[in-house]
Design a protein around this ligand. Structure first.
Ligand code: GDP
Length: 194
C-alpha cells in the first residue's frame, strides 16, 4: 500500500474514546524498546508519527492512527519494563482486556519481536493473549539488519518455535534500517483489511 495520508486520531484511555465507525483495525503490540514505533514509522513512511520509546511513568494510551482514510493502526502500549509498578501493570492489563474483548473492528494483530533474541516470557504471554482473543497474528521479527544472513533461518525458526505459533500465522523478518520485509508486511496487512 502506498501511504499518502497518515494521522493520529486519538490517544485513548477508555472505550468511549475509541473512534466510532467501521474502519478495520490492525493492532500493534510489543515489548518496550523492541522497535515498534520504528516499524510503524517505516511502513507508513513517516519519520516520527509514532513516538519512539515511550518511557514508563508516562500515561499509557492506545494510539489510533488513520491510514489513507481506509483503516486504523492501533499502537498499544509496550510491555515488559521491569520497573513498572503493580498498579500501572494492572491499569495496562485492564486497558488491553477492554480493547481486545470488545473491539469488533479489529482484524489482526502484529506482534513485534527482536529477531536476535529468543522471545521472552512476556512475548509468549502476549502471543497467547492475542490467540485467546481469536486474532490472526503477524509476528514481525525486527532488527533483521543486526544478524548475518546465514543465521536468518535459524532465528526465524526459534521465534516460531518459542511462541509455539499457529501454522496459519506468519513471521515477517523486518528491518526499520533497510526496509527489508516492508512489502511482505503490507501484503499481509492488506489481506486482512480488504
Ligand atoms: P519501541 O519502544 O518499541 O517503540 O522502540 P523504538 O522504535 O523506539 O526502537 C528502539 C531502539 O531500537 C531505537 O534506538 C531504534 O533506533 C532501534 N531500532 C528499531 N528498529 C530497528 C531496526 O530494524 N534495526 C536497528 N538496527 N535498530 C532498530
Amino acid at each position: 500500500m502506498k501511504v499518502t495520508k497518515a494521522d493520529i486520531v486519538i490517544s485513548a484511555v477508555s472505550p468511549k474514546q475509541y473512534p466510532t465507525g467501521i474502519l478495520p483495525e490492525i493492532a500493534l503490540a510489543g515489548r518496550s524498546n523492541v522497535g515498534k514505533s520504528s516499524f510503524i514509522n517505516k511502513i507508513i513512511n513517516r519519520k516520527n508519527l509514532a513516538r519512539t520509546s515511550s518511557k514508563p511513568g508516562k500515561t499509557q494510551t492506545l494510539n489510533f492512527y488513520i491510514i489513507n482514510d481506509f483503516f486504523h493502526f492501533v499502537d498499544v502500549p509496550g510491555y515488559g519494563y521491569a520497573k513498572v509498578s503493580k498498579k500501572e501493570r494492572e491499569k495496562w492489563g485492564s486497558m488491553m482486556e477492554e480493547y481486545f474483548t470488545e473491539r469488533a473492528n479489529l482484524k489482526m494483530a502484529a506482534l513485534i519481536v527482536d529477531i536476535r533474541h529468543e522471545p521472552t516470557k512476556d512475548d509468549i504471554r502476549m502471543y497467547d493473549f492475542l490467540k485467546f482473543h481469536d486474532l490472526p497474528v503477524m509476528v514481525v521479527a525486527t532488527k533483521l539488519d543486526k544478524i548475518p544472513k546465514s543465521k536468518r533461518a535459524k532465528h526465524i525458526k526459534r521465534v516460531r518455535d518459542t511462541l509455539n505459533m499457529d501454522e496459519t500465522d506468519k513471521v515477517i523478518p523486518f528491518s526499520a534500517e533497510t526496509a527489508e520485509g516492508k512489502d511482505d508486511a503490507w501484503r499481509l496487512i492488506e489481506s486482512f483489511i480488504r
